[in-house]
Design a protein around this ligand. Structure first.
Ligand SMILES: Nc1nc2c(ncn2[C@@H]2O[C@H](COP(=O)(O)OP(=O)(O)O)[C@@H](O)[C@H]2O)c(=O)[nH]1
Ligand SMILES: [Mg+2]
Length: 573
Protein backbone atom coordinates (compact mmCIF):
# COMPACT_ATOMS: atom_id res chain seq x y z
CA UNK A 1 0.00 0.00 0.00
CA UNK A 2 1.10 3.56 -0.72
CA UNK A 3 0.62 6.28 1.87
CA UNK A 4 0.19 9.92 0.88
CA UNK A 5 -0.07 12.50 3.66
CA UNK A 6 -2.44 15.35 2.83
CA UNK A 7 -3.00 18.37 5.09
CA UNK A 8 -6.31 20.22 5.55
CA UNK A 9 -5.63 23.94 5.55
CA UNK A 10 -7.92 26.93 5.80
CA UNK A 11 -9.28 29.70 8.00
CA UNK A 12 -10.79 28.91 11.39
CA UNK A 13 -14.43 27.78 11.29
CA UNK A 14 -14.40 27.23 7.54
CA UNK A 15 -15.37 23.60 8.16
CA UNK A 16 -12.10 21.59 8.08
CA UNK A 17 -12.75 19.35 11.05
CA UNK A 18 -16.39 18.78 10.06
CA UNK A 19 -15.28 17.89 6.55
CA UNK A 20 -12.73 15.35 7.80
CA UNK A 21 -15.40 13.74 9.94
CA UNK A 22 -17.88 13.65 7.05
CA UNK A 23 -15.26 12.07 4.77
CA UNK A 24 -13.76 9.57 7.20
CA UNK A 25 -16.07 9.24 10.18
CA UNK A 26 -13.17 10.28 12.41
CA UNK A 27 -13.56 13.20 14.81
CA UNK A 28 -10.15 14.84 14.97
CA UNK A 29 -11.13 17.30 17.73
CA UNK A 30 -10.32 14.80 20.45
CA UNK A 31 -9.04 17.08 23.25
CA UNK A 32 -11.65 18.05 25.91
CA UNK A 33 -10.74 21.70 25.37
CA UNK A 34 -11.33 21.32 21.64
CA UNK A 35 -14.75 19.81 22.35
CA UNK A 36 -15.66 22.54 24.81
CA UNK A 37 -14.56 25.41 22.56
CA UNK A 38 -15.71 23.77 19.34
CA UNK A 39 -12.34 24.64 17.85
CA UNK A 40 -9.27 22.69 16.80
CA UNK A 41 -6.17 23.45 18.84
CA UNK A 42 -3.79 20.68 17.96
CA UNK A 43 -3.30 18.37 15.01
CA UNK A 44 -5.86 15.76 14.10
CA UNK A 45 -5.20 12.57 12.19
CA UNK A 46 -7.58 10.59 10.00
CA UNK A 47 -7.35 8.60 6.77
CA UNK A 48 -9.17 7.79 3.56
CA UNK A 49 -8.72 4.46 1.85
CA UNK A 50 -8.74 3.67 -1.85
CA UNK A 51 -8.38 -0.12 -1.87
CA UNK A 52 -8.65 -0.33 -5.66
CA UNK A 53 -5.66 2.00 -5.95
CA UNK A 54 -3.70 0.38 -3.10
CA UNK A 55 -3.66 3.84 -1.56
CA UNK A 56 -4.26 5.34 1.86
CA UNK A 57 -4.48 9.11 2.13
CA UNK A 58 -3.32 10.18 5.57
CA UNK A 59 -5.34 13.29 6.42
CA UNK A 60 -3.88 15.82 8.81
CA UNK A 61 -6.34 18.35 10.19
CA UNK A 62 -4.72 21.53 11.42
CA UNK A 63 -6.04 24.32 13.64
CA UNK A 64 -7.11 27.39 11.69
CA UNK A 65 -7.03 29.91 14.50
CA UNK A 66 -4.10 32.31 14.25
CA UNK A 67 -3.19 31.69 17.90
CA UNK A 68 -2.26 28.15 16.98
CA UNK A 69 -0.32 28.98 13.84
CA UNK A 70 2.73 27.07 15.10
CA UNK A 71 0.65 23.91 15.40
CA UNK A 72 -0.60 24.59 11.87
CA UNK A 73 2.99 24.86 10.66
CA UNK A 74 3.88 21.59 12.37
CA UNK A 75 0.84 19.97 10.77
CA UNK A 76 1.82 21.01 7.28
CA UNK A 77 5.48 20.08 7.76
CA UNK A 78 5.18 16.45 6.74
CA UNK A 79 2.42 16.55 4.13
CA UNK A 80 2.86 16.02 0.40
CA UNK A 81 -0.49 17.47 -0.64
CA UNK A 82 -3.14 19.83 0.67
CA UNK A 83 -6.91 20.33 0.77
CA UNK A 84 -7.49 24.05 0.97
CA UNK A 85 -10.84 24.66 2.60
CA UNK A 86 -12.82 27.90 2.16
CA UNK A 87 -16.25 28.87 3.46
CA UNK A 88 -18.08 30.48 0.48
CA UNK A 89 -19.77 33.01 2.73
CA UNK A 90 -16.54 34.43 4.10
CA UNK A 91 -14.33 33.68 1.15
CA UNK A 92 -10.54 33.92 1.37
CA UNK A 93 -9.57 35.05 4.88
CA UNK A 94 -6.24 35.90 6.60
CA UNK A 95 -5.49 32.34 7.69
CA UNK A 96 -6.36 31.07 4.21
CA UNK A 97 -3.58 33.31 2.94
CA UNK A 98 -1.10 32.35 5.68
CA UNK A 99 -1.71 28.65 5.24
CA UNK A 100 -1.23 28.99 1.50
CA UNK A 101 2.10 30.72 2.09
CA UNK A 102 3.09 27.96 4.47
CA UNK A 103 2.25 25.24 1.98
CA UNK A 104 4.57 26.90 -0.50
CA UNK A 105 7.27 27.35 2.13
CA UNK A 106 7.25 23.57 2.49
CA UNK A 107 7.60 23.24 -1.27
CA UNK A 108 4.06 22.29 -2.23
CA UNK A 109 2.61 24.19 -5.16
CA UNK A 110 -0.69 22.39 -5.65
CA UNK A 111 -3.87 21.56 -3.78
CA UNK A 112 -7.43 20.38 -4.01
CA UNK A 113 -9.58 23.45 -3.34
CA UNK A 114 -12.77 22.85 -1.37
CA UNK A 115 -15.73 25.17 -0.85
CA UNK A 116 -17.54 23.94 2.26
CA UNK A 117 -20.99 24.58 3.68
CA UNK A 118 -22.55 24.58 0.18
CA UNK A 119 -25.94 24.04 1.87
CA UNK A 120 -25.78 27.55 3.30
CA UNK A 121 -25.43 29.48 0.05
CA UNK A 122 -27.29 29.77 -3.25
CA UNK A 123 -25.84 28.83 -6.62
CA UNK A 124 -24.83 32.38 -7.43
CA UNK A 125 -22.87 32.93 -4.20
CA UNK A 126 -21.19 29.58 -4.72
CA UNK A 127 -20.21 30.54 -8.25
CA UNK A 128 -18.77 33.85 -7.07
CA UNK A 129 -16.82 32.08 -4.35
CA UNK A 130 -15.55 29.62 -6.95
CA UNK A 131 -14.24 32.45 -9.13
CA UNK A 132 -12.68 34.26 -6.17
CA UNK A 133 -10.96 31.11 -4.94
CA UNK A 134 -9.59 30.15 -8.28
CA UNK A 135 -8.27 33.69 -8.85
CA UNK A 136 -6.67 33.58 -5.43
CA UNK A 137 -4.92 30.30 -6.18
CA UNK A 138 -3.69 31.63 -9.48
CA UNK A 139 -2.31 34.74 -7.75
CA UNK A 140 -0.59 32.60 -5.17
CA UNK A 141 0.93 30.34 -7.79
CA UNK A 142 -0.85 27.25 -6.51
CA UNK A 143 -2.19 24.76 -9.02
CA UNK A 144 -5.69 23.53 -8.13
CA UNK A 145 -6.02 19.87 -8.92
CA UNK A 146 -9.75 20.27 -8.51
CA UNK A 147 -12.22 22.75 -7.06
CA UNK A 148 -15.08 20.97 -5.30
CA UNK A 149 -18.12 22.37 -3.52
CA UNK A 150 -19.41 20.20 -0.68
CA UNK A 151 -21.77 20.19 2.25
CA UNK A 152 -20.76 18.13 5.23
CA UNK A 153 -24.28 18.59 6.49
CA UNK A 154 -26.20 17.26 3.49
CA UNK A 155 -23.39 15.14 2.13
CA UNK A 156 -23.59 16.78 -1.28
CA UNK A 157 -20.37 16.71 -3.27
CA UNK A 158 -18.59 14.45 -0.79
CA UNK A 159 -18.33 11.46 -3.10
CA UNK A 160 -16.96 13.63 -5.88
CA UNK A 161 -14.46 15.20 -3.47
CA UNK A 162 -13.34 11.81 -2.21
CA UNK A 163 -12.76 10.70 -5.78
CA UNK A 164 -10.81 13.87 -6.56
CA UNK A 165 -8.62 13.44 -3.45
CA UNK A 166 -7.80 9.89 -4.55
CA UNK A 167 -6.79 10.98 -8.03
CA UNK A 168 -4.81 13.90 -6.62
CA UNK A 169 -2.92 11.69 -4.18
CA UNK A 170 -2.19 9.20 -6.93
CA UNK A 171 -0.48 11.97 -8.88
CA UNK A 172 1.78 12.93 -5.99
CA UNK A 173 5.12 11.26 -6.44
CA UNK A 174 7.33 9.78 -3.77
CA UNK A 175 9.89 12.09 -2.14
CA UNK A 176 12.58 9.95 -3.76
CA UNK A 177 14.54 9.61 -0.51
CA UNK A 178 15.66 6.18 0.66
CA UNK A 179 16.91 6.93 4.16
CA UNK A 180 14.50 6.81 7.05
CA UNK A 181 13.16 9.89 8.81
CA UNK A 182 10.17 9.70 11.14
CA UNK A 183 9.13 13.11 12.47
CA UNK A 184 7.55 12.71 15.90
CA UNK A 185 4.60 14.75 17.06
CA UNK A 186 3.83 13.14 20.39
CA UNK A 187 5.00 10.61 22.95
CA UNK A 188 3.09 8.95 25.75
CA UNK A 189 3.10 5.98 28.02
CA UNK A 190 0.75 3.05 27.60
CA UNK A 191 0.28 1.25 30.89
CA UNK A 192 1.78 -2.20 30.83
CA UNK A 193 3.54 -1.61 27.51
CA UNK A 194 5.81 1.40 27.75
CA UNK A 195 6.71 4.37 25.60
CA UNK A 196 4.77 5.03 22.42
CA UNK A 197 6.14 7.51 19.90
CA UNK A 198 3.78 8.88 17.28
CA UNK A 199 4.82 10.53 14.10
CA UNK A 200 4.87 10.70 10.33
CA UNK A 201 7.28 8.71 8.26
CA UNK A 202 8.71 11.23 5.83
CA UNK A 203 10.91 8.75 3.97
CA UNK A 204 12.36 5.27 4.11
CA UNK A 205 10.94 2.26 5.93
CA UNK A 206 11.19 0.48 9.27
CA UNK A 207 10.49 -2.98 10.55
CA UNK A 208 9.69 -4.39 13.94
CA UNK A 209 12.93 -4.90 15.86
CA UNK A 210 14.81 -2.06 14.15
CA UNK A 211 17.23 -0.01 16.20
CA UNK A 212 16.86 3.69 15.52
CA UNK A 213 18.58 6.85 16.62
CA UNK A 214 16.40 9.48 18.28
CA UNK A 215 17.73 12.88 17.26
CA UNK A 216 18.89 15.35 18.37
CA UNK A 217 19.29 13.39 21.63
CA UNK A 218 21.25 10.63 19.95
CA UNK A 219 19.47 7.96 22.03
CA UNK A 220 19.25 4.49 20.62
CA UNK A 221 15.68 3.21 20.66
CA UNK A 222 14.41 -0.19 19.64
CA UNK A 223 11.10 -0.59 17.85
CA UNK A 224 9.08 -3.33 19.53
CA UNK A 225 5.72 -2.86 17.81
CA UNK A 226 4.38 -0.73 14.98
CA UNK A 227 0.83 0.56 14.47
CA UNK A 228 -0.90 2.52 11.75
CA UNK A 229 -4.19 4.01 12.99
CA UNK A 230 -4.55 1.47 15.77
CA UNK A 231 -3.73 -1.60 13.68
CA UNK A 232 -0.53 -3.57 14.24
CA UNK A 233 1.71 -3.76 11.17
CA UNK A 234 5.07 -5.41 10.63
CA UNK A 235 6.64 -2.48 8.80
CA UNK A 236 6.13 1.21 8.31
CA UNK A 237 6.98 3.32 5.32
CA UNK A 238 7.02 6.67 3.58
CA UNK A 239 3.92 8.78 4.11
CA UNK A 240 2.52 6.60 6.85
CA UNK A 241 1.23 7.68 10.25
CA UNK A 242 3.02 5.55 12.80
CA UNK A 243 2.70 4.75 16.47
CA UNK A 244 5.80 2.92 17.68
CA UNK A 245 6.12 1.01 20.90
CA UNK A 246 9.78 1.53 21.75
CA UNK A 247 12.41 0.74 24.35
CA UNK A 248 15.16 3.17 25.22
CA UNK A 249 13.42 6.46 25.96
CA UNK A 250 10.84 7.95 28.33
CA UNK A 251 7.93 9.97 26.90
CA UNK A 252 8.98 13.01 28.95
CA UNK A 253 12.31 13.10 27.10
CA UNK A 254 10.67 13.41 23.70
CA UNK A 255 9.63 16.72 22.18
CA UNK A 256 7.55 17.48 19.12
CA UNK A 257 9.75 17.53 16.05
CA UNK A 258 12.35 15.06 17.27
CA UNK A 259 13.32 12.72 14.48
CA UNK A 260 14.02 9.00 14.25
CA UNK A 261 16.74 7.97 11.80
CA UNK A 262 18.80 4.88 11.19
CA UNK A 263 22.31 4.95 12.61
CA UNK A 264 24.92 6.10 10.14
CA UNK A 265 22.43 7.31 7.53
CA UNK A 266 21.41 10.97 7.86
CA UNK A 267 23.97 12.74 10.01
CA UNK A 268 22.94 15.68 12.14
CA UNK A 269 24.35 19.14 11.69
CA UNK A 270 24.11 22.50 13.39
CA UNK A 271 24.98 24.34 10.20
CA UNK A 272 22.91 24.66 7.06
CA UNK A 273 23.50 26.52 3.84
CA UNK A 274 20.13 27.73 2.67
CA UNK A 275 18.61 29.67 -0.17
CA UNK A 276 16.00 32.06 1.15
CA UNK A 277 12.91 33.48 -0.49
CA UNK A 278 11.21 36.45 1.13
CA UNK A 279 12.48 38.81 3.82
CA UNK A 280 15.00 37.52 6.32
CA UNK A 281 13.99 38.73 9.82
CA UNK A 282 15.91 41.81 10.89
CA UNK A 283 16.73 40.58 14.36
CA UNK A 284 16.40 37.17 15.85
CA UNK A 285 14.94 34.50 13.63
CA UNK A 286 13.81 30.93 13.78
CA UNK A 287 12.94 28.29 11.26
CA UNK A 288 10.75 25.28 11.23
CA UNK A 289 12.67 22.14 10.44
CA UNK A 290 9.75 19.83 9.84
CA UNK A 291 7.76 20.07 13.10
CA UNK A 292 10.44 21.74 15.14
CA UNK A 293 10.99 25.45 15.61
CA UNK A 294 14.69 26.22 16.00
CA UNK A 295 16.39 29.56 16.50
CA UNK A 296 19.32 30.40 14.28
CA UNK A 297 22.18 32.83 13.77
CA UNK A 298 23.03 33.72 10.22
CA UNK A 299 25.87 34.81 7.99
CA UNK A 300 24.93 36.30 4.66
CA UNK A 301 26.76 34.71 1.75
CA UNK A 302 24.95 36.36 -1.14
CA UNK A 303 21.65 38.08 -1.91
CA UNK A 304 19.64 34.93 -1.15
CA UNK A 305 22.07 32.50 0.39
CA UNK A 306 22.76 32.29 4.11
CA UNK A 307 24.88 30.12 6.32
CA UNK A 308 22.74 29.33 9.34
CA UNK A 309 23.98 28.17 12.71
CA UNK A 310 21.13 26.46 14.50
CA UNK A 311 20.55 26.36 18.21
CA UNK A 312 19.99 22.62 17.90
CA UNK A 313 21.31 20.17 15.30
CA UNK A 314 19.01 18.71 12.64
CA UNK A 315 19.08 15.68 10.37
CA UNK A 316 18.71 17.55 7.10
CA UNK A 317 19.19 16.49 3.52
CA UNK A 318 19.58 18.49 0.36
CA UNK A 319 16.31 20.12 -0.68
CA UNK A 320 14.64 20.18 2.75
CA UNK A 321 12.41 23.22 3.00
CA UNK A 322 10.38 25.16 5.49
CA UNK A 323 9.28 28.56 6.74
CA UNK A 324 11.35 31.19 8.52
CA UNK A 325 9.73 33.20 11.32
CA UNK A 326 10.65 36.55 12.82
CA UNK A 327 10.82 37.21 16.56
CA UNK A 328 7.07 37.90 16.71
CA UNK A 329 6.33 34.50 15.21
CA UNK A 330 5.30 35.84 11.81
CA UNK A 331 6.26 33.76 8.78
CA UNK A 332 8.39 36.14 6.74
CA UNK A 333 10.40 33.90 4.43
CA UNK A 334 11.08 30.33 3.42
CA UNK A 335 14.29 28.37 3.03
CA UNK A 336 15.58 25.52 0.95
CA UNK A 337 18.62 23.58 2.11
CA UNK A 338 21.35 23.71 -0.52
CA UNK A 339 23.97 22.14 1.74
CA UNK A 340 22.93 20.14 4.80
CA UNK A 341 26.39 19.87 6.31
CA UNK A 342 28.81 22.57 5.22
CA UNK A 343 32.30 21.85 6.51
CA UNK A 344 33.98 24.87 4.98
CA UNK A 345 32.25 27.92 6.43
CA UNK A 346 34.34 30.67 4.90
CA UNK A 347 32.08 33.06 3.02
CA UNK A 348 34.61 33.58 0.24
CA UNK A 349 34.93 29.88 -0.45
CA UNK A 350 31.18 29.37 -0.57
CA UNK A 351 30.44 32.47 -2.60
CA UNK A 352 32.96 31.61 -5.27
CA UNK A 353 31.35 28.20 -5.77
CA UNK A 354 27.64 29.00 -5.40
CA UNK A 355 26.82 28.19 -9.01
CA UNK A 356 28.54 24.84 -8.72
CA UNK A 357 26.68 24.12 -5.49
CA UNK A 358 23.35 24.78 -7.15
CA UNK A 359 24.02 23.05 -10.45
CA UNK A 360 26.24 20.17 -9.47
CA UNK A 361 26.24 19.79 -5.68
CA UNK A 362 28.36 16.62 -5.74
CA UNK A 363 31.20 18.56 -7.36
CA UNK A 364 30.90 21.16 -4.64
CA UNK A 365 30.92 18.57 -1.86
CA UNK A 366 34.02 16.92 -3.35
CA UNK A 367 35.90 20.17 -3.73
CA UNK A 368 34.90 21.17 -0.20
CA UNK A 369 36.37 17.90 1.08
CA UNK A 370 39.58 18.55 -0.89
CA UNK A 371 42.57 16.43 0.15
CA UNK A 372 40.60 14.96 3.04
CA UNK A 373 38.31 13.17 0.62
CA UNK A 374 34.63 12.51 1.12
CA UNK A 375 33.58 9.15 2.58
CA UNK A 376 30.88 7.63 0.41
CA UNK A 377 28.46 7.31 3.32
CA UNK A 378 28.82 11.02 4.11
CA UNK A 379 27.98 11.90 0.52
CA UNK A 380 24.97 9.56 0.60
CA UNK A 381 23.89 11.11 3.89
CA UNK A 382 23.67 14.56 2.25
CA UNK A 383 21.17 13.27 -0.31
CA UNK A 384 19.39 10.66 1.78
CA UNK A 385 19.98 7.99 -0.86
CA UNK A 386 22.67 5.41 -1.52
CA UNK A 387 24.93 7.08 -4.06
CA UNK A 388 26.52 4.87 -6.66
CA UNK A 389 30.17 5.92 -6.75
CA UNK A 390 30.91 4.42 -10.13
CA UNK A 391 28.83 7.06 -11.89
CA UNK A 392 30.37 10.09 -10.25
CA UNK A 393 33.53 10.62 -12.24
CA UNK A 394 35.40 11.04 -8.96
CA UNK A 395 38.53 9.20 -7.88
CA UNK A 396 37.81 6.51 -5.32
CA UNK A 397 40.55 5.54 -2.90
CA UNK A 398 39.50 3.13 -0.17
CA UNK A 399 36.11 4.32 1.08
CA UNK A 400 36.76 7.93 0.14
CA UNK A 401 35.98 9.99 -2.93
CA UNK A 402 38.21 12.74 -4.28
CA UNK A 403 37.47 15.32 -6.93
CA UNK A 404 39.44 14.62 -10.09
CA UNK A 405 40.67 18.21 -10.01
CA UNK A 406 41.93 17.74 -6.46
CA UNK A 407 43.85 14.62 -7.44
CA UNK A 408 45.27 16.25 -10.58
CA UNK A 409 46.31 19.34 -8.62
CA UNK A 410 48.08 17.24 -6.05
CA UNK A 411 49.77 15.22 -8.74
CA UNK A 412 51.24 18.38 -10.23
CA UNK A 413 52.32 19.67 -6.86
CA UNK A 414 53.98 16.41 -5.97
CA UNK A 415 55.77 16.14 -9.31
CA UNK A 416 57.13 19.61 -8.81
CA UNK A 417 58.41 18.82 -5.32
CA UNK A 418 59.93 15.55 -6.40
CA UNK A 419 61.64 16.98 -9.43
CA UNK A 420 63.36 19.64 -7.33
CA UNK A 421 64.11 17.53 -4.28
CA UNK A 422 64.92 14.31 -6.05
CA UNK A 423 64.92 10.87 -4.49
CA UNK A 424 65.07 9.75 -0.88
CA UNK A 425 62.23 11.95 0.28
CA UNK A 426 60.62 10.62 3.43
CA UNK A 427 56.91 9.92 2.94
CA UNK A 428 56.12 11.14 6.47
CA UNK A 429 57.63 14.53 5.80
CA UNK A 430 55.68 14.92 2.59
CA UNK A 431 52.49 13.78 4.25
CA UNK A 432 52.69 16.46 6.89
CA UNK A 433 53.91 19.25 4.64
CA UNK A 434 51.17 18.65 2.08
CA UNK A 435 48.68 17.70 4.77
CA UNK A 436 47.30 14.75 2.89
CA UNK A 437 46.59 11.22 3.97
CA UNK A 438 49.03 8.41 3.31
CA UNK A 439 46.38 6.66 1.23
CA UNK A 440 46.02 9.60 -1.12
CA UNK A 441 49.76 10.18 -1.34
CA UNK A 442 50.40 6.55 -2.19
CA UNK A 443 47.70 6.65 -4.82
CA UNK A 444 49.23 9.72 -6.46
CA UNK A 445 52.68 8.14 -6.34
CA UNK A 446 51.34 5.07 -8.04
CA UNK A 447 50.14 7.39 -10.80
CA UNK A 448 53.48 9.16 -11.18
CA UNK A 449 55.94 7.37 -13.39
CA UNK A 450 59.48 6.91 -12.19
CA UNK A 451 58.93 6.98 -8.44
CA UNK A 452 58.84 4.19 -5.95
CA UNK A 453 58.20 3.87 -2.27
CA UNK A 454 60.93 1.96 -0.40
CA UNK A 455 61.13 1.78 3.40
CA UNK A 456 59.09 4.93 3.81
CA UNK A 457 61.17 6.86 1.27
CA UNK A 458 60.08 8.08 -2.09
CA UNK A 459 62.77 7.18 -4.57
CA UNK A 460 63.35 8.75 -7.94
CA UNK A 461 64.15 5.80 -10.11
CA UNK A 462 65.82 7.92 -12.77
CA UNK A 463 68.22 9.66 -10.41
CA UNK A 464 68.97 7.03 -7.89
CA UNK A 465 70.99 4.04 -8.81
CA UNK A 466 68.52 1.23 -8.59
CA UNK A 467 71.11 -1.16 -7.28
CA UNK A 468 71.85 1.33 -4.57
CA UNK A 469 68.17 1.40 -3.60
CA UNK A 470 68.05 -2.33 -3.44
CA UNK A 471 71.21 -2.28 -1.34
CA UNK A 472 69.62 0.23 1.02
CA UNK A 473 66.69 -2.02 1.53
CA UNK A 474 68.86 -5.09 2.00
CA UNK A 475 71.07 -3.29 4.51
CA UNK A 476 68.10 -2.47 6.71
CA UNK A 477 66.92 -6.04 6.43
CA UNK A 478 70.40 -7.43 7.21
CA UNK A 479 70.94 -5.27 10.27
CA UNK A 480 67.65 -6.11 11.94
CA UNK A 481 68.02 -7.32 15.51
CA UNK A 482 71.74 -6.99 16.28
CA UNK A 483 74.73 -4.68 16.42
CA UNK A 484 76.94 -5.13 13.38
CA UNK A 485 80.67 -4.58 12.82
CA UNK A 486 81.87 -2.58 9.86
CA UNK A 487 83.54 -5.65 8.41
CA UNK A 488 80.22 -7.44 8.29
CA UNK A 489 78.76 -4.53 6.36
CA UNK A 490 81.46 -4.53 3.72
CA UNK A 491 79.08 -5.24 0.86
CA UNK A 492 76.89 -2.31 1.91
CA UNK A 493 79.65 0.25 2.05
CA UNK A 494 78.06 2.30 -0.73
CA UNK A 495 74.78 2.79 1.09
CA UNK A 496 75.85 2.68 4.75
CA UNK A 497 76.78 6.39 4.96
CA UNK A 498 73.42 7.30 3.42
CA UNK A 499 71.57 5.17 5.95
CA UNK A 500 73.46 6.90 8.77
CA UNK A 501 72.75 10.31 7.30
CA UNK A 502 69.03 9.54 7.08
CA UNK A 503 69.03 8.46 10.72
CA UNK A 504 68.03 4.91 9.88
CA UNK A 505 71.31 3.54 11.22
CA UNK A 506 73.45 4.80 14.12
CA UNK A 507 77.20 4.64 14.16
CA UNK A 508 78.24 3.74 17.73
CA UNK A 509 81.93 4.37 17.15
CA UNK A 510 84.44 1.50 17.36
CA UNK A 511 83.20 0.59 13.86
CA UNK A 512 79.92 -0.64 15.24
CA UNK A 513 76.46 0.06 13.85
CA UNK A 514 72.90 -0.40 15.05
CA UNK A 515 69.48 0.13 13.44
CA UNK A 516 67.50 3.06 14.74
CA UNK A 517 64.54 0.86 15.68
CA UNK A 518 66.85 -1.56 17.53
CA UNK A 519 68.40 1.31 19.47
CA UNK A 520 64.93 2.40 20.54
CA UNK A 521 64.16 -1.06 21.73
CA UNK A 522 67.39 -1.19 23.75
CA UNK A 523 66.40 2.10 25.37
CA UNK A 524 62.97 0.91 26.35
CA UNK A 525 64.40 -2.31 27.77
CA UNK A 526 66.93 -0.36 29.85
CA UNK A 527 64.18 1.86 31.19
CA UNK A 528 62.47 -1.22 32.54
CA UNK A 529 65.38 -1.44 35.01
CA UNK A 530 64.19 1.75 36.70
CA UNK A 531 65.74 5.20 36.96
CA UNK A 532 69.24 3.86 36.70
CA UNK A 533 71.26 0.71 36.13
CA UNK A 534 74.71 -0.76 36.36
CA UNK A 535 76.71 -2.20 33.48
CA UNK A 536 76.26 -5.69 34.88
CA UNK A 537 72.51 -5.34 34.90
CA UNK A 538 72.48 -4.06 31.31
CA UNK A 539 74.73 -6.89 30.25
CA UNK A 540 72.44 -9.50 31.74
CA UNK A 541 69.39 -7.86 30.28
CA UNK A 542 70.65 -7.28 26.76
CA UNK A 543 72.88 -10.33 26.54
CA UNK A 544 75.72 -8.37 24.91
CA UNK A 545 79.46 -8.80 25.25
CA UNK A 546 81.39 -5.86 26.74
CA UNK A 547 82.88 -5.21 23.33
CA UNK A 548 79.43 -4.14 22.07
CA UNK A 549 77.88 -3.08 25.32
CA UNK A 550 80.35 -0.38 26.35
CA UNK A 551 80.25 1.56 23.05
CA UNK A 552 76.46 1.19 23.05
CA UNK A 553 76.07 2.61 26.57
CA UNK A 554 78.52 5.41 25.82
CA UNK A 555 76.58 6.26 22.71
CA UNK A 556 73.40 6.46 24.76
CA UNK A 557 75.20 8.78 27.18
CA UNK A 558 76.33 10.78 24.19
CA UNK A 559 72.73 11.11 22.96
CA UNK A 560 71.87 12.54 26.37
CA UNK A 561 69.54 9.79 27.58
CA UNK A 562 71.76 8.73 30.46
CA UNK A 563 74.53 10.10 32.66
CA UNK A 564 77.31 8.08 34.24
CA UNK A 565 77.73 8.34 37.98
CA UNK A 566 80.50 5.98 38.97
CA UNK A 567 79.19 2.48 38.44
CA UNK A 568 75.69 3.68 37.86
CA UNK A 569 73.96 5.18 34.83
CA UNK A 570 70.92 7.35 35.43
CA UNK A 571 68.24 8.25 32.91
CA UNK A 572 68.09 12.01 32.49
CA UNK A 573 65.56 12.20 29.65
N1 LIG B 1 -24.22 24.26 7.47
C1 LIG B 1 -23.04 23.74 7.52
N2 LIG B 1 -22.24 23.97 8.55
C2 LIG B 1 -21.02 23.45 8.57
C3 LIG B 1 -20.55 22.65 7.52
N3 LIG B 1 -19.28 22.28 7.81
C4 LIG B 1 -18.98 22.84 8.99
N4 LIG B 1 -20.02 23.54 9.46
C5 LIG B 1 -20.05 24.28 10.72
O1 LIG B 1 -19.05 25.26 10.73
C6 LIG B 1 -18.49 25.40 12.03
C7 LIG B 1 -17.02 25.26 12.01
O2 LIG B 1 -16.66 23.97 11.57
P1 LIG B 1 -15.28 23.30 11.92
O3 LIG B 1 -15.28 22.00 11.20
O4 LIG B 1 -15.06 23.26 13.38
O5 LIG B 1 -14.29 24.33 11.26
P2 LIG B 1 -12.71 24.36 11.32
O6 LIG B 1 -12.35 25.40 12.32
O7 LIG B 1 -12.30 24.75 9.97
O8 LIG B 1 -12.24 23.01 11.70
C8 LIG B 1 -19.17 24.34 12.89
O9 LIG B 1 -20.18 24.92 13.64
C9 LIG B 1 -19.73 23.37 11.89
O10 LIG B 1 -20.89 22.72 12.35
C10 LIG B 1 -21.41 22.40 6.42
O11 LIG B 1 -21.10 21.72 5.44
N5 LIG B 1 -22.65 22.96 6.47
MG1 LIG C 1 -10.93 22.43 13.16
Amino acid sequence: MRFVPVGIAGHVDHGKTTLVKALTGIDTDRLPEEKRRGMSIDLGFAYLDYPEKGLRVELIDIPGHERFIKNAIAGLACVRGVLLVVDPVEGVMPETVKHTQLIKAFGIYHCVAVLTKADRVDEETLELARVELSDFLKDMGLRAYGLCAVSALSGSGLEELKKTIGEYAEEISSAGVEFLRIVLDSAFNVKGYGTVLRGSCVSGRIEEGDSLSLEPLGFEVRVKKIQNHGVFVKEGKEGERLALLVAGVEPSQVERGFVLVKKGQIAKSRHLLVEVEGEMPKGEGSLFFYMREIKFKRKKVSEKVYLLTLEEPVCAILGDRGPILDASGRVCASYRVIHPKPTVKRKRFIKARLDVLKEDPISYFLSEAGFRGLPLEVLSSLFGVHINPSKLGAVRIGDKLFATTVVEGLKEKLSAILSTKGGFLPLEELKSSLRVSEELLKYILSQLKGYRLVEGYILDERRANLEELEGFRELLEFMKGSIKEEAELERFKEVLPLAVRKGKVHSLGERLYILDEDLREVLSKLRSLGDGFEVQQAKALLGLSRKYLIPLLEYIDHLGYTRREGNLRRFIK
